[in-house]
Design a protein around this ligand. Structure first.
Ligand SMILES: NC(=O)c1ccc[n+]([C@@H]2O[C@H](COP(=O)([O-])OP(=O)(O)OC[C@H]3O[C@@H](n4cnc5c(N)ncnc54)[C@H](O)[C@@H]3O)[C@@H](O)[C@H]2O)c1
Length: 382
């Protein structure tokens, strides 16, 4: 398998990282981009990323040179011929992805795999027009691809099991932890993370401070609170992801786009990149029960509410099939650096406590959130 050539189309943030992942693991990589500057600068950009690892003592200069020597930049998608796995990480546009695969597919063997790194497009649509649609799968990497262990693997209804197996085997051979999931909007992580932000925004709208919410979550073991995470990624990026998922899920109240998030984007306080955000540049303060004026137990109530909503979303995804509870837990730990997955949290709290938290929230939910906290089937069990 180590001699299998991996093709990468698109040499932006994700494509360059994905090319590095496979080259570092010993695979010959052929890569291209529609824009000449992106092609021309790719080896130097990868060298810079690898040099940082050499400087940090995490990579030998020999390993860096060997990795770079495995990268071959080609001019056009047709030059990716002969690859065993062709991964696209180009612009998030259905027509562009279809047109790209139409140029790559004729040069590949019948048992090769086409993989999309799409975050939001339905796979059946991407596969449309292919001579062998069954060979198309999703391999969804996380940013930065070389550092993030997780890859979400999905197929559409017509994907060949052998294409999924080969995509998994190659990603695992490159050192990734591959979690299978259904072809549903947001796959696992981008969907199951929504309540982390959503409940935090609801708490903000109800009068809590962003610093208090973050402090409560950090005290509970989360590396970053929800608002600091939004500050890191950008409120505009978070809003776009939330709006995309809300639309894809038919506007269900579990994916409600909170006014506080829209207001934040409108204010320009987008987070680190703007110099100020919900919390940034301040560090999160003390956990709320330690802050003057807060009632004892406030931090625990914040954590229980956010975790109840995280558990419930994971429960609804589980009910849709094609994924396991262990898979969701692993994906949330690896994809978001959460200290524990939602089903591990469920085991800690117990289903009766989560049911009662959700019932309480549903009972006082405003009209536009009615149904948001309806418990998933898995919560019916004790
Ligand atoms: N950035 C992330 O955090 C992230 C995470 C997971 C998945 N994704 C997905 O990965 C894909 C790429 O995202 P990105 O952040 O790397 O984007 P990017 O803008 O950094 O890079 C895209 C690259 O594709 C090139 N390109 C555009 N159209 C092309 C075409 N028709 N043929 C060949 N090359 C083309 C561009 O020149 C650019 O270099 C998208 O589908 C995105 O949804 C992104």
């Amino acid at each position: 398998m180590e001699t299998a050539q991996i093709a990468v189309a698109g040499l932006g943030t994700m494509g360059l990282g994905i090319a590095q992942v496979f080259a570092a693991a010993g695979f010959p990589v052929a890569a291209t981009d529609a824009h000449a500057p992106a092609r021309d600068s790719a080896p130097a950009r990868m060298a810079a990323a690898l040099d940082a690892r050499v400087a940090a003592g995490k990579l030998s200069p020999e390993a860096r040179d060997a990795t770079l020597a495995r990268l071959r930049i080609v001019a056009v998608p047709e030059d990716l011929a002969g690859s065993t796995l062709a991964i696209e990480a180009i612009v998030e546009d259905m027509a562009a992805k279809r047109a790209l695969f139409a140029r790559i597919e004729p040069g590949l063997a019948a048992d090769a795999v086409l993989a999309t790194n799409t975050s939001s497009l339905p796979l059946a649509g991407v596969a449309e027009g292919l001579a062998r649609p069954g060979r198309l799968i999703a391999l969804h990497f996380f940013n930065p691809a070389p550092a993030m262990k997780l890859v979400e693997l999905a197929g559409h209804a017509g994907s060949d099991p052998s294409a999924l197996a080969l995509g998994r085997a190659l990603a695992e051979a490159a050192g990734k932890t591959v979690i299978a999931c259904p072809d549903r909007p947001g796959f696992i992580v981008n969907r199951c993370a929504r309540p982390f932000y959503g409940e935090a925004l609801a708490l903000l709208e109800e009068g809590r401070t962003a610093a208090a919410v973050d402090a409560a979550m950090v005290a509970a073991g989360y590396r970053l609170g929800p608002f600091s995470l939004i500050d890191l990624v950008g409120a505009d990026v978070n809003l776009a992801a939330t709006e995309g998922l809300s639309a894809a899920m038919g506007g269900h109240p579990r994916y409600h786009v909170f006014a506080a998030l829209r207001a934040q984007v409108a204010s320009g306080a987008l987070g680190r990149k703007a110099g100020r955000g919900f919390v940034f540049p301040a560090a999160p303060g003390p956990a709320p029960e330690d802050a003057p004026g807060d009632a004892p137990g406030d931090a625990a109530a914040i954590v229980r509410r956010i975790e109840a909503a995280l558990i419930n979303e994971a429960g609804w995804l589980l009910a849709e099939g094609g994924v396991t509870a262990e898979g969701i837990d692993t994906a949330m730990r690896l994809g978001l650096n959460f200290p524990h997955g939602p089903f591990e949290a469920l085991a800690r709290h117990g289903a009766p406590a989560i049911r009662s938290t959700l019932a309480e929230l549903e009972a006082r939910a405003p009209a536009h959130l009615a149904g948001r906290y309806r418990p998933a089937p898995v919560l019916a069990r004790d």
